[in-house]
Design a protein around this ligand. Structure first.
Ligand SMILES: O=P(O)(O)OC[C@H]1O[C@H](O)[C@H](O)[C@@H](O)[C@@H]1O
Length: 553
């Protein structure tokens, strides 16, 4: 089904209504809105898949929300969502279905995509992963000298790295004894530092590359193989220690990975949506296959909610529309993810790739320039650390930066009052952003200080905080495999919602290609017997410096 919109987004009546709504809300004070309506928090709250979203501290009222949902309906969001779940070719620049949701679908036996039923191969791969993980954990599968594996070097980059790494970190309380070490960067330092920590006899090398063409991953795997062979192992021993995940099985075989040790994935899984596939094998090795399955079930619960809940009560839709509201109507060019759980410290980087690689686009499905801004810059970090750094800008900078606060109700590591302090900081930051501090309050704080009237007035102005800075608060009882799965799926669908509204392709990433091609030419120049210096003068000059290894002329 071609779901291309007939009426461009900015010409829809709801868009025009939202422009007016934006004006009307200019004078809205969120602090006042809470004072006027004691039920505001309750009204602007939704629960799904063991997550609770409090979106009451947003620059919205009922009319705003109604227009946002109208806009979503006008953009055929529900039809576009259904087309994705159904396996339609919605990634039209690559001619692919987009079926990460099929990877965690325990309800269906049949799902036709790109001419085949994908469910049996998904299940076969899960079974293969399960058997492999159990063999490694039980010691049935060992290294070439018969010793049990103690460490895994997981090599991959982008979508073949961030999801597994972030989930492994997040699920640390569920970890088994295998130690996972992730290597992504082509900088040799990354691999060398990890290899220093492990023993080749007890180390499994797991390389993940959907395409099996990624320079960084191939180089790191080759160097890991050299390290393994130099340690005294033979070429034959490679089979016991090297495992690959790829949709390009022939290339993996050609590279020398034994066919039994290759876990397939498929081109209908985007890299940044792939942790649910065999790309998640490092997660299962770290925490056990049962916990990996719980991760899938948590994501599946969010999928069901996204599919079934009316737009008005649909968590990913609400979050997606709020994000669009700020991007398109408040010129908010960035959004911040603030995780109040040390185990979730990597999540902002994960969502950064998910959202920015998906929605960092400037032409619509037909290839025409979009008439509005698209994906914002996503950044963030863990609380409370950020409060002593960039929160200054969140509170008093010139830009509005919508924030997502993420907080589990209880900690895996209860330690005195620590969790209460952490949680209090989280709530207080959101409250401070929302209510701000006006000039009278700032002056009142300074009253009684020995200041002239002029100095008091000047100082008070520096202490004013504008408030009205929007945030969401996402809460879960505890960070578990299931709540992590739901949380990641929530952000996947939030990303989808925005891409669908903007009528862009959230599932290709052509923008990363040019640099790769130029990189090959530059590498050839750096390594050539004699360089031709055929690039621009800046690049030529820098190549020259690299060839010299010195700054001297
Ligand atoms: O899994 P691979 O094929 O090695 O790709 C790894 C990564 O590199 C690409 O350039 C893309 O930017 C990512 O979306 C992808 O996940």
């Amino acid at each position: 089904m071609d779901t291309t919109m007939t009426t461009p987004l900015t010409q829809q009546p709801a868009w025009q209504a939202l422009l007016q709504q934006r004006q009307a809300l200019e004078s809205q004070s969120l602090r006042q809105a809470f004072a006027d309506d004691p039920d505001r928090a309750e009204r602007y709250q939704v629960q799904a898949a063991e997550l609770l979203l409090d979106y009451s501290k947003n620059r919205i009222d009922d009319a705003t929300l109604a227009h946002l949902f109208d806009l979503a309906r006008g953009a055929q969001l529900e039809q576009q969502r259904d087309a994705m779940f159904r396996g339609d070719i919605i990634n039209r620049t690559e001619g692919r279905a987009v079926l990460h949701t099929a990877l965690r679908n325990s309800r269906q036996d049949t799902l036709q995509a790109e001419g085949a039923n994908v469910i049996p191969e998904i299940n076969q791969t899960l079974a293969k992963m399960k058997a492999f993980v159990e063999e490694v954990h039980s010691g049935q599968r060992t290294g070439y000298t018969g010793k049990a594996f103690t460490d895994v070097i997981a090599i991959g980059i982008g979508g073949s790295f961030l999801g597994p790494k972030v989930a492994t970190e997040a699920l640390r309380p569920y970890a088994k004894s295998l130690r996972l070490h992730y290597v992504a960067n082509v900088d040799g330092t990354s691999l060398v530092e990890k290899l220093k920590k492990v023993d080749p006899e007890t180390t499994l090398v797991l390389m993940s590359s959907k395409s099996f063409t990624t320079q960084e991953t191939l180089a790191n795997t080759e160097s890991a193989r050299d390290w393994f062979l130099q340690s005294g192992a033979s070429q034959q021993d490679v089979a016991a220690h090297f495992v690959a995940v790829s949709s390009n099985v022939p290339a993996a075989v050609e590279f020398g990975i034994s066919a039994d040790n290759i876990f397939p994935m498929w081109d209908w899984v985007g890299g940044r949506y792939s942790l649910w596939s065999a790309i998640g094998l490092p997660i299962a090795l770290a925490v056990g296959f049962d916990h990996f399955e719980q991760l899938l079930r948590g994501a599946e619960a969010m999928d069901s909610h996204f599919l079934e809940a009316p737009l008005e009560q649909n968590m990913p839709v609400i979050m997606g529309m709020l994000s669009l509201w700020y991007s398109n109507f408040f010129d908010a060019q960035s959004q911040v993810i603030l995780t109040y759980d040390h185990y979730l410290r990597g999540l902002p980087a994960y969502i950064q790739q998910l959202d920015m690689e998906s929605n960092g686009k400037s032409v619509d499905d037909a290839g025409n320039p979009v008439a509005h801004s698209t994906g914002p810059v996503i950044w963030g970090g863990e609380g409370t650390n950020g409060q002593h750094a960039y929160h200054q800008l969140l509170h008093q900078g010139t830009a509005i930066i919508p924030a997502d606060f993420i907080l589990p109700l209880s900690s895996h590591n209860p330690l005195g009052r620590h969790h209460n302090m952490l949680a209090a900081n989280c709530l207080a930051q959101a409250q401070a952003l929302m209510q701000g501090k006006n000039l009278d309050e700032a002056k009142a704080e300074l009253a009684g200080k020995a200041l002239s009237e002029a100095d008091l007035d000047r100082l008070a102005r520096h202490k004013v905080m504008p408030g009205n800075r929007p945030s969401n608060t996402l809460v879960m009882e505890q960070l578990t495999p299931a709540t992590l799965g739901a949380l990641i799926a929530l952000y996947e669908h939030r990303t989808f919602v925005q891409g669908a509204l903007w009528n862009i392709n959230s599932f290709d990433q052509w923008g990363v290609e040019l640099g790769k091609v130029l990189g090959n030419a530059v590498l050839a120049e750096i390594e050539a017997e004699s360089a031709s210096y055929a690039q621009d003068s800046s690049t030529n000059g820098l190549i020259k410096l690299l060839r010299q290894g010195s700054l001297k002329a």
